[in-house]
Structure formats: structure tokens, C-alpha cells
Design a protein around this ligand. Sequence first.
Ligand code: FE2
Ligand code: FE2
Length: 260
Amino acid sequence: MKKVLFIGDIVGRPGRTFLAERLSSIRRKHGIDIVVANAENAAGGAGLNGRIAAELASIGVDAITLGDHAWDQKSFPSEIVSHDYVCRPANMAAACPGQTSLVVEKGGFRLGVFTVMGRTFMNPNQCPFLAADRLVDELKAETDAVLVEIHAEATSEKIALGWYLDGRVAAVIGTHTHVPTADAAVLPKGTAYLTDAGMTGPYRSVLGREVKPVLERFLDGMPRRFEVASGDVRISAALIEIDENRGLAEKVELLTVRKD
Ligand SMILES: [Fe+2]
Ligand SMILES: [Fe+2]
């Protein structure tokens, strides 16, 4: 049995600092083999940069994924190629830089990882279902198990992808909404599913940003700076147990770590 921790969107310095403080003890406590984290909001709440990617790798994140905020930091399109543990969403335009999937190997266990983005209420992307078909076939040939991240707004699109891939991959885990969901389950054919792993960042906020400017924006529609909030920082993640011989899941649960 192998244990994989999938950490939901790390938001800004509060998320990074708390994760750095706790990740090694979480790894030890749960006997985790591989850690995957979405870091699309790790740099000031918007995007990722090379320095922060390296910092996350140094605290024990084995694979870093991204989402619609992948390119928010100007330096990152040129930096991504020098970080071989980072992949960008697979169904972005083919011209985008960066790898579309990763293979992480720990103690002889090879886990394939990739992200697809949804298309409902989001900017145009290639079909996530067809992109997943292609990558699952590719990765299955060279790995023991595959973890798919669905970075999407609509719960229906995420759930549909879970059913689409049931029995073909070890896990389908959702991100992007920053709100953890209570539906962790192993689907009938053996795929671990969770609609959203939640965010690793400040929950006294609106999706990680200070409440006041977001609320005011809803009231008057005028643009404002949304600073990263600081209160009630939590780690939110999916903890998945994978039978490496079958490449399917035995168990999945939402893991929440609070400060006190
Ligand atoms: Fe996010
Ligand atoms: Fe996102």
C-alpha cells in the first residue's frame, strides 16, 4: 500500500509558511510516500515563481501542479522549464511552456500526475476528457498508478470526470474552488474521488483574500486590490491509499490541519 497526499491550492505566504511548518510531521504521522501540491496561488496569491517552486520542493513537496493562475507571475513561463517537478495543466494551448505530466518515483513506486482544467465558467481550454484519455494511456505504460487533478469551477464537470476515469486511474481530485468538499469516496471501479481538496491558506477570507475589498467589489463593482488574508490558516488535502499492484485506490479522505 502506498500513501499519497494531495495538497489543495497553496495560497500566498500564510499557506506556504504553515505548510513548511507542518509538512514533515504530517508525512511522518501518516506514513506518506508521495506529496503532490497545487501551487497556482503560492506567489502572493497569484501564480508561482521559480524561487517558491524550489522552496516547496525543499520542504518535501515531490510534485507541483498548477491551474488557471499558472502564468500570473511574469517570470514563470521562462522559469517553469528548469523545474522538472512542476507541470502545467495538460489541456492548455499546446504552445504553452512546461511539462504536461510528471512521473514521481519513491521507493520503486511510480506515480503519474497531471492536471486538466474544466471548461464550464472558465476560459477556453482543450477538452479535459480527451486530454485525460491521452495522458492516462501514456502514463499507464510507465507508472504503477495515475493521479488526475481536475482544476475546475463546476462540480458537475469534476464529478463527471471522476466517473469517466473510474477504474482507469488511482485518483481524481478536484481543485480551484478553494472550498473543501465532503464527498471523498472510492468509486465502484476503484478510483478515489474528491470534488475539491480545499485550499492551504487563510480561511478567514474570501477564497484566501481579505474579506473587505472583495465584499466592497460585490457591492459597487469597482476594482480593488485583493490582498492575501491571514486569519485561520489551514492545510487542506486529500489523503489517498493506493494499492500499487492494481493501480487503484483503497481509501481516500479529506485531511484538514488547523493551527491550534
Ligand atoms: Fe486556486
Ligand atoms: Fe484556479
